[in-house]
Design a protein around this ligand. Structure first.
Ligand code: AMP
Ligand code: GLY
Length: 425
């Protein structure tokens, strides 16, 4: 099986690492990839949104399977684009189409979908510039904090949670009238703030059947104790201690099954991952958001816990035979700790030389923002390296992750030492 994987983060390095363990793999390309993926696969210099070049590469290299890491090409319709080419009929794509990707690409679509399918989520209403005054009234009539969400993709920055009315109104004005997030904030979802503890659950579906993957919890804030600015994710754990069987059953029955049924009712033939961003409100799960891809850094703890051959699982998606796959998950706990560039998530520098890889023991180092230059590994992003470890429990795994994080050196390196802290008290 010749495979092309799109993306360049820790998520893609973790997927690439797992794919290369498959006997079924003959060749793996990653576009554009990073220094880590170049150690296990061949990096190809193609942008994930350059559909024409992707199509050409697939044809010229007889690629049989395409796996899409990030959301943007999905929301822009990469699957639909490739499906127009009759020569690519047999190409297996781990990638929902444009309509399916709306679950992530439009918060308004996702909310309407959940409402229609009676999936528990925060109460909401959607507004545009035309009904701006009603939006202001809506805010005034609701409790604080209140949640404002740009409808479209906004690189993870589109959700703002003001804690006073003045800020809420100013933010709304910037979003709706002053195009704070451009096209993405032409519509704004205003919703009720839910109080609880968040976790992420993942399924892979072939459009007919699905498999449940291990759940995870990511740590989004830059500072220890969940303080400070939001980031793309500073670390993750899997499994999540409070996600017991009873909770997971609720998620299946109240969220996963109605979502899959809802997609069928909309005639959306969904082949790919669905990421359920959930919040546990007094034992009951609510959907905060859908993503149409795997999470990052969640992938770096989910994938290492899966024992199956990943190529076999993806082949089963293509054949719509996921019902024949028996997912085997290690009972071990995985933790990942993200090394980031000094200053991140605000301004930070790139191009710092990284050393210490030869000292790593008992960890998997998944590259996120790295690049190779004259055989030297340099930082090339804010999130640089995810150090994953497995252990009997969070404490044991985290000790290994933190030890690994200490071994790697680059100027300005920062990482949180307290991933999973609330479960260690
Ligand atoms: P999103 O971009 O949809 O993942 O939202 C970013 C973050 O905002 C989530 O991870 C939550 O921490 C928070 N958030 C979003 N919606 C709500 C809500 N209704 N209640 C509480 N927190 C929320
Ligand atoms: N870690 C959250 C995400 O991938 O969206």
């Amino acid at each position: 099986m010749k495979i092309l994987l799109l993306g360049s983060g820790g998520r893609e390095h973790a997927l690439a690492w797992k794919l290369t363990q498959s006997k079924k793999l003959t060749k793996l390309y990653v576009a554009p990839g990073n220094a880590g993926t170049s150690q296990v696969a061949e990096n190809i210099d193609i942008n994930v949104n350059d559909f024409q070049k992707i199509e050409q590469f697939i044809i010229e290299n007889a690629i049989e399977m395409l796996i899409v890491g990030p959301e943007e090409p999905l929301v822009k319709g990469l699957r639909n684009y490739l499906q127009k080419n009759k020569d690519l009929e047999k190409l297996i794509m781990i990638a929902p189409d444009e309509n399916g990707a709306k679950l992530e690409g439009s918060k308004d679509f996702a909310k309407e979908f959940m409402q229609k399918n009676k999936i528990p989520t925060a109460q909401y209403q959607t507004f545009t510039a035309e009904n701006y005054t009603e939006a202001i009234k809506y805010i005034q009539n609701h409790n604080l904090p209140i949640v404002l969400k740009a409808d479209g993709l906004a690189a993870g920055k589109g959700v703002i949670i003001p804690t006073d009315y003045q800020t809420a109104e100013n933010t709304l004005k910037m979003m709706l009238l002053e195009n704070k997030f451009g096209e993405a904030s032409k519509k704004v979802v205003i919703e009720e703030f839910l109080e609880g503890i968040e976790l992420s659950m993942f399924v892979l579906t072939d459009g007919k059947n699905y498999v449940l993957l291990p759940e995870a919890k990511d740590y989004k804030r830059i500072g220890e104790g969940d303080k400070g600015l939001n980031t793309g994710g500073m670390g993750a754990i899997s499994p999540v201690p409070f996600a017991d069987n009873a909770f997971i059953e609720k998620v299946k029955n109240q969220i996963i099954l109605p979502t899959l049924e809802g997609l069928k009712n909309e005639n959306i033939d969904y082949q790919g991952f669905i990421f359920f961003g959930l919040i546990n409100v007094k034992g009951n799960p609510f959907v905060i958001e859908y993503n149409v891809r795997m999470g990052d850094p969640e992938t770096e703890v989910v994938i290492p816990r899966i024992k199956n051959d990943l190529v076999e699982i993806f082949e089963a998606v293509g054949k719509r035979k996921l019902n024949e796959i028996n997912i085997e998950i290690t009972t071990q706990t995985a933790t990942t700790v993200m090394l980031v560039a000094g200053g991140y998530p605000e301004q930070y520098e790139k191009g710092k030389e990284m050393t210490g890889f030869e000292n790593l023991e008992n960890v998997l180092a998944f590259h996120a923002g790295t690049t190779l230059k004259n055989n030297t590994i340099l930082t090339s992003g804010g999130r640089v390296l995810a150090v994953t470890a497995l252990g009997a429990n969070i404490k044991e795994a985290l000790e290994k992750s933190n030890q690994g994080a200490n071994q790697i050196q680059f100027e300005g390196k920062y990482f949180r030492k307290d991933i999973g802290f609330e479960f260690l008290l």
